[in-house]
Design a protein around this ligand. Structure first.
Ligand code: ZN
Length: 406
């Protein structure tokens, strides 16, 4: 078993140690040292990063059989007895701030909301605890957050001590894990919180800086609390401040007026959409009347044939759907432009096959593609002039005349 020096000292960032064992596994080399300040992945806290003899560690794990800390490196470092190790301090300190903040917040949840912490999870960009209440009010959560930050401002000293199984019963511990090797490591936040923990912590609560709850979410019979501490809280504030500043500039208003402004804009937009819809419907009715007036008659079938310009605001599909509500009607629509569009459609009581008409029009164009059903077909192709599109519609009309006369 390695001597885990980070248990007593979380602030040492560089040390020398003797190699006591080397493991080779999947071309990676694992070193076990007689003592280490590196934190291995465990207890909901990620492992440290760092270097040994200038080579980056890929992972730090705990060997199950004897709880030795294994420092994994890519490749073989050769035959060395003494190594120099450097811990990635910004990452370690971030974990210390987040983890200590968790102790403080968990105690605040007990004091203010009688909510026990069930689990804790820390990753590079996320920090959460699950607490055993689901009915907390916003006011309670705000009071918990204030209590936690008051504990930060009080700058309570934080000490580590080891006790035996027998000592545990008489102590006011928040959390009691199974005792290993006859001793339990306690994290004592003076006059505030006492709990058993194996992680790394700051020496005074003031070093946590700030604790901010950013999200709460009901999960079955518990509530997941997402929060951030220290530098992460500062980053979160900076990011949100940028968003608020951008919004006040964009909306030319104060921060307090952002929400009323957005609600007003959304309301105005809804009304504008309603007006546009009404006007489109009115326009379509006029267009439908004009188109019917220009239609041609083949036997008992009314044929509506029209070429639209590229910039036509008409919604061809909606117009076709409106027109084919009328009995005995066939629509042959084309639109010129960067891409040529063809849309053929008929009323339910007409027997002509729109797909065949579309193929006749595409054959006239000499390019493009498309398909559909006897009821409705659509296709398109590369750019064609208005005249070329009209010629394609004429080809479809000729085909239709043959179809209806046979
Ligand atoms: Zn801890």
């Amino acid at each position: 078993m390695s001597n885990r020096r980070y248990y007593e000292d979380a602030y040492t960032t560089q040390f020398q140690a003797n190699v006591v064992e080397k493991i080779i596994e999947n071309k990676r080399q694992g070193l076990i040292l007689d003592e280490t300040y590196f934190y291995p992945e465990s207890g909901g806290q990620p492992a440290d990063w760092g270097k040994i003899n200038g080579r980056s560690l890929t992972h730090i794990s705990i060997r199950e059989s004897d709880e030795a800390v294994v420092h994994w490196l890519d490749g073989d470092m050769g035959d060395v007895q003494v190594v120099t190790a450097v811990i990635d301090w910004p990452r370690r300190f971030d974990h210390m701030q987040q983890h200590t903040g968790q102790h403080i917040l968990s105690q605040a949840f007990i004091q203010i909301a009688e909510a026990e912490t069930l689990s804790f999870h820390l990753t590079e960009n996320n920090l959460t605890i699950d607490v055993d209440r689901v009915d907390m009010t916003e006011a309670e959560i705000t009071a918990v957050e204030l209590r936690a930050n008051q504990a930060v401002w009080a700058n309570h000293p934080i000490t580590v001590r080891f006790v035996t199984q027998d000592d545990v019963a008489s102590l006011p511990l928040r959390k009691v894990p199974p005792v290993r090797n006859g001793r339990l490591r306690l994290i004592d936040i003076e006059n505030y919180d006492l709990t058993a923990c194996g992680g790394t912590h700051v020496s005074h609560t003031g070093s946590v800086g700030l604790i901010k709850i950013v999200k709460q979410e009901k999960r079955g019979d518990k509530t997941r609390i997402e929060f951030c501490c220290g530098n992460r809280a500062l980053q979160d504030y900076a990011q949100k401040h940028t968003i608020v500043s951008d919004l006040t500039a964009e909306l030319t208003t104060s921060a307090a007026e952002i929400m009323p402004s957005i609600i007003k804009i959304r309301q105005e937009n809804k009304e504008a959409q309603r007006t546009i819809k009404k006007q489109k419907e009115a326009l379509m009715t006029v267009e439908a009347q004009q188109i019917i007036a220009n239609s041609i008659q083949i036997g008992t079938t009314t044929v509506v044939k029209q070429t639209f310009a590229e910039d036509s605001p008409t919604d061809l599909r909606a117009l076709a759907a409106q027109l084919t509500k009328q009995e005995g009607l066939i629509i042959l629509f084309g639109q010129s432009g960067k891409r040529t569009q063809l849309l053929f459609s008929r009323s339910g009581n007409v027997s002509a096959d729109m797909n065949q008409l579309l193929q006749a029009a595409l054959a006239q164009m000499g390019d493009g593609g498309g398909g559909g059903s006897p009821q409705s077909a659509q296709g398109g192709g590369p750019a064609h002039t208005s005249q070329e599109v009209t010629d394609a519609l004429d080809a479809a009309q000729s085909k239709l005349e043959k179809m209806l006369s046979s």
